[in-house]
Design a protein around this ligand. Structure first.
Ligand SMILES: [Zn+2]
Ligand SMILES: [Zn+2]
Length: 241
């Protein structure tokens, strides 16, 4: 679509479905320019021990053969980001996702030193994007999988292919009310590799909406690495600190 037509389309959509800032309710964007300042960037951590790592690259952990090689969680999960994720999950507002993914790339572009290991990995020719799947019945009930939508938007921004490799095979209970140990137990053996895959990529960026204890992402990573993927970085919009 050329610029002119897409502007008309945007104008019509804005008139029909006005956007309101999740921070201050001002009309126009989901995060207005004033509230953007209050988004707290999360410091990066090693995905294995969750201790600080400047670039998100994992430290040397000898025992973690099937662990993540790096992790980027862009914003702290609090206040505004909590409200935003709520909008995404419960009000089906997909535009919020595009806005956050675009903002995330802005953040990373501005701080190349910190995000260089992740970005250079992401842009490698043989790096593909994969997302954390939902249990199919649950996805049908909700109507969408926000991790998939985030992955697809990243795919658009980076012109990268999104692939499906995983399926959720256990309808696990909601992680919200569980403590750390219970979360790990809850997701154990709840993912599997899709049957009849003809291609297992060498490098993957694994996408989810939020990193809380990392239980889900770690479990997905283990399954993917056991299937033959060699390097996996995790990417989430939010992280609890
Ligand atoms: Zn605002
Ligand atoms: Zn570590």
């Amino acid at each position: 679509m050329d610029d002119y037509l897409s502007k008309i389309k945007e104008g019509i959509l804005n008139a029909l479905f006005p956007k309101f800032c999740v921070g201050c309710n001002k009309e126009g964007q989901y995060i207005c320019e004033n509230c953007k300042v209050f988004l707290g960037e999360a410091s990066l951590i090693c995905p294995v021990c969750e201790k600080s790592s400047f670039t998100g690259q994992k430290h040397f952990h000898y025992s973690e053969r099937y662990g993540l090689d790096g992790l980027v969680g862009v914003w702290e999960y609090e206040g505004i980001t909590r409200a935003a994720l709520n909008e995404i999950k419960h009000k089906h507002i997909f535009d919020t996702i595009s806005e956050f993914v675009e903002n995330a790339f802005e953040v990373m572009k501005k701080d190349v030193l910190r995000f260089k290991p992740f970005l250079s990995f992401l842009y490698l020719e043989d790096t593909y994007i994969v997302y954390v799947p939902m249990f199919l019945k649950k996805e049908k009930r909700r109507g969408f999988n926000q991790a998939k939508l985030i992955a697809e938007t990243i795919g658009k921004v980076t012109e990268k292919e999104i692939i499906s490799l995983l399926m959720k095979i256990k309808d696990t209970s909601l992680q919200t009310d569980l403590n750390k140990e219970e979360r790990f137990k809850n997701v154990k053996e709840s993912f599997d590799i899709l049957p009849d895959l003809s291609f297992i990529p060498r490098n993957l960026a694994l996408v989810d909406d939020i990193w809380i204890t990392g239980a889900t992402m770690k479990e997905c990573c283990k399954v993917l690495k056991k299937a033959g993927v060699q390097n996996i970085w995790g990417f989430t919009l939010f992280r609890t600190v």
